[in-house]
Design a protein around this ligand. Structure first.
Ligand SMILES: Nc1ncnc2c1ncn2[C@@H]1O[C@H](COP(=O)(O)OP(=O)(O)OP(=O)(O)O)[C@@H](O)[C@H]1O
Length: 320
């Protein structure tokens, strides 16, 4: 659905996206994650043709975005809804008129617009606020209006630029639940830009991690979290503090063995003692992942390694 190949983007002489490659399939919730200035918003603007790129290819439904002009570009944007951190609502228009804006722009008749706006306000749970003005709404409600407006023309893709960054955690979760429901019920592909890994963890299926215009990591969410490498750990702000003595072994529990008693069984079967020196359970959108570090006596290393190889868990010896 969205295919990015060897894409590069420059602002004057500064290359802000370098050799970007990824594919987003229809119906996915895909995260573009990274620190401020990584190039996430730029990438999102390239997808809906708001900006141009110098090298490489960016195709939406097989169409090269760079080549689109005039009516074709407007048609592309009709198929792509967008929501923003600060909602971008018109303060002088009420909820109904805000949601009706795209329908009016495309010249739909009054009856269709009335019906469609009511339908959308039902979907986002705001039918009772139809005649309220943005200033009378909470942040979460404003974002719901923005979501309704973004869906007005039945887009195939919804782009979300830090849509929950201005909201508190509780409201963030409600908006993420709404986005999940929209994705499921209408099959809309969602691309979300965020600097919060929690957001991606909660709803995305796949993500790319961007750093200074380069993709450092990409894949299924559970893979990214299952065995986070240096880049992921740095992004997550995670510092593993482990003992200097002995051998530290990190064990990652994939989805199908997350709850099995690998550790206790190993202690019993091998008749050894060890310490658990670091641990974390990660709740992802629909699964739980475990990550433990054990500290063993060097004399047990071979036994433990051989045992772990047989269990099917992922593991590695932590470098000192
Ligand atoms: N219109 C522009 N002209 C020149 N440079 C720009 C322009 N827009 C963005 N940049 C630069 O491109 C780089 C990527 O910016 P971008 O906004 O895409 O990052 P981001 O990851 O979305 O960050 P943030 O979360 O802070 O918005 C930054 O170095 C930024 O200064």
């Amino acid at each position: 659905m969205i295919e990015v190949k060897n894409l590069s983007k420059k602002y004057k002489e500064v290359e802000v996206l370098k050799d970007i490659n990824f594919t987003i399939n229809q119906g996915e919730i895909f995260g573009l994650v990274g620190h401020s200035g990584a190039g996430k918003s730029t990438l999102l603007r390239l997808i809906n043709g708001l900006e141009n790129y110098q090298d490489g290819s960016l195709k939406v439904n097989g169409v090269e975005i760079k080549n689109l002009k005039g009516k074709d570009l407007r048609e592309l944007r009709k198929n792509i809804g967008m929501i923003f951190q600060h909602f971008a609502l018109m303060s002088r228009k009420n909820v109904f008129d805000n949601v009706a804006m795209p329908l009016n722009f495309w010249g739909y008749d009054k009856n269709h617009t009335q019906k469609r706006v009511d339908e959308l306000l039902e979907i986002v749970g705001l039918i009772d606020k139809k005649y309220s003005y943005p200033s009378e709404l909470s942040g979460g409600q404003k974002q719901r209006v923005a979501i309704a407006r973004a869906l007005a023309l039945n887009p195939k893709i919804l782009l979300s630029d830090e849509a929950t960054s201005a909201l508190d955690p509780n409201i963030t979760n409600q908006i993420l639940e709404l986005l999940k429901r929209i994705n499921k019920e209408f099959g809309i592909t969602i691309v979300l830009v965020t600097h919060e890994m929690d957001v991606v963890k909660t709803i995305a299926n796949k993500a790319v991690l961007l750093s200074k215009g380069i993709i450092t990591n990409q894949g299924e969410i559970h893979e990214l979290f299952l065995k986070p490498d240096e880049n992921m750990r740095e992004f997550l702000g995670e510092k593993m503090i482990v003992p200097k003595d002995g051998i530290n072994i990190a064990i990652y529990f994939p989805k199908d063995v997350a709850f099995e008693c690998v550790i206790t069984q190993m202690a019993r079967n091998l008749d050894i003692n060890f310490n658990i020196v670091w641990g974390k359970i990660e709740q992802l959108s629909d699964l739980v992942l475990g990550h433990l570090v054990i500290n063993i006596d060097p004399k047990d290393k071979e036994k433990v390694v051989n045992y772990l190889k047989k269990t099917g868990v992922l593991w590695e010896i932590v470098k000192k």
